[in-house]
Design a protein around this ligand. Structure first.
Ligand SMILES: *Cc1c(COP(=O)(O)O)cnc(C)c1O
Length: 401
């Protein structure tokens, strides 16, 4: 069955409307704000929407400074730079993540150390971070050193994946004990909280993304948030080619062109006005999957921790082949042929060829999540009726119900 067949084709069978994984939801003042940018000629990297977006996102997260960037990856690169990560340092990072944070570490010439996943929530395992720092490193004049490689630990980079926070307090305590900065990758979890503190405000600096598939979007873009004024200033400076003089082209450092445009920020401001209703919608999608799939053999939705408020960015299940009668990839194929788009989790980074020469601490749990994980349609615009089509199609694939 093809899903792109025209419904008006008199010869063809009527095919079901495709259900995408996660699409943007433009239901507010996006058009109005965009038009204002074009009408006033404020289309580039300066402008009132950029400042407003920085201020309002920082306020939403609950920190004092925001620096808008051209992508979440650019924000990660800048965050690691302002946190003082140096070439040949090592950065402890979640081993089960989209590849961007590992790449940003390498942009600096530093090395990721991939930390395995906790078996319940799929997030960076704090016990393994502590084990690595306490049992595999030693304190030296220049900082904490990985005994196996001789390299300094420059930062810790927990990635809050899929909308759910990392159990970060033990990590923060260990990092403080060793004076190591902590950078949050909050790109998938804007709107989540950890023990009543907002994700993005938990550590020294945090990074957000406004790519098209994220909770709110600017088309493409990112933001760095921090309470440290000097770090925010430094990030803004580096993001504008490190230009020292308002008139002369004098540059004090090696900088980058990482600024967000006013046009993008205008979309972001309109999106942010809708964030509460989007979060409510994401949560009810997650809860409906959790409730309706609870009794299906071999399917387990990744749960919400008692200490967390899940932002429910992508509702994700683990498919146990022996319990369900089909593995996650066969299920992906089956649902795909019914026009339902699902997505596997990321190849664990310790297996990723661009990062093959980086160290890792564990990885078997991430491997299992990769094998079993499948993210289900989670668009803000998904209706209850359409979601029920997903639930019914998924349930029909189970060999044992
Ligand atoms: C989306 C994402 C990013 C940043 O992505 P950009 O496309 O550069 O905005 C970084 N880390 C994770 C975990 C992500 O999912």
């Amino acid at each position: 069955m093809t899903i792109n067949q025209s419904p008006s084709d008199p010869m063809g069978p009527r095919t079901p409307t495709p259900i995408p994984l996660c699409t943007p939801h433009m239901a507010g003042r996006e058009w109005e704000y965009l038009k204002e940018c074009l009408d006033t000629n404020w289309v580039s990297s300066g402008g009132a929407y950029v400042e407003r977006f920085e201020r309002e996102i920082a306020a939403f997260v609950g920190v004092s400074h925001g620096v808008a960037t051209s992508s979440g990856t650019a924000a990660l690169h800048l965050a690691l730079l302002v946190a003082g990560v140096l070439p040949d340092d090592e950065v402890l990072v979640s081993g089960l993540s989209f590849i961007a944070p590992a790449n940003a570490i390498r942009y600096i010439g530093a090395w990721p150390v991939f930390i395995d996943t906790d078996p319940t929530y799929g997030q960076m395992d704090p016990a393994l971070v502590l084990d690595f720092l306490d049992n595999h490193c030693l304190a030296a004049d220049q900082g904490l050193i990985n005994r196996a490689t001789g390299r300094r630990i420059g930062a810790i980079l927990p990635v809050h994946i899929l909308g759910h926070p990392v159990d970060i307090d033990p990590i923060l305590q260990a990092a403080r004990r060793h004076s190591i900065p902590v950078v949050e990758d909050a790109t998938e979890s804007l709107g989540a909280s950890y023990k009543d503190r907002n994700v993005g405000s938990l550590a020294d600096v945090a990074c957000l993304s406004f790519n098209g598939n994220k909770l709110i979007t600017t088309g493409g873009g990112g933001l760095l948030v921090t309470d440290r004024e000097d770090w925010a200033d430094r990030a803004r400076y580096l993001s504008t080619q490190a230009k020292d003089d308002p008139i002369e082209y004098i540059h004090g450092d090696l900088g980058y062109n990482y600024r967000l445009t006013n046009v993008q920020a205008a979309i972001g401001c309109a999106q942010l006005e809708q964030i509460d209703s989007m979060l409510t919608r994401k949560r009810s999608i997650y809860e409906r999957y959790a409730e309706r799939l609870a009794s299906l053999p071999g399917i387990q939705i990744i749960p919400e921790a008692p200490w967390a408020t899940h932002a429910c960015w992508l509702s994700t299940v683990l498919v146990d082949e022996s319990g369900f009668g089909m593995d996650s990839r066969a299920l992906l194929q089956q649902l795909g042929s019914a026009g339902i788009q699902t997505r596997p989790l990321w190849q664990p980074l310790h297996q990723s060829s661009p990062h093959a020469s980086s160290p890792h601490h564990g990885g078997a749990v991430a491997d299992r999540f990769w094998r079993e994980g499948l993210s289900l349609p989670s668009s803000v615009g998904l209706t209850g009726e359409t979601q029920d089509r997903v639930i019914e199609a998924l349930s029909a694939c189970c060999r044992f119900s």
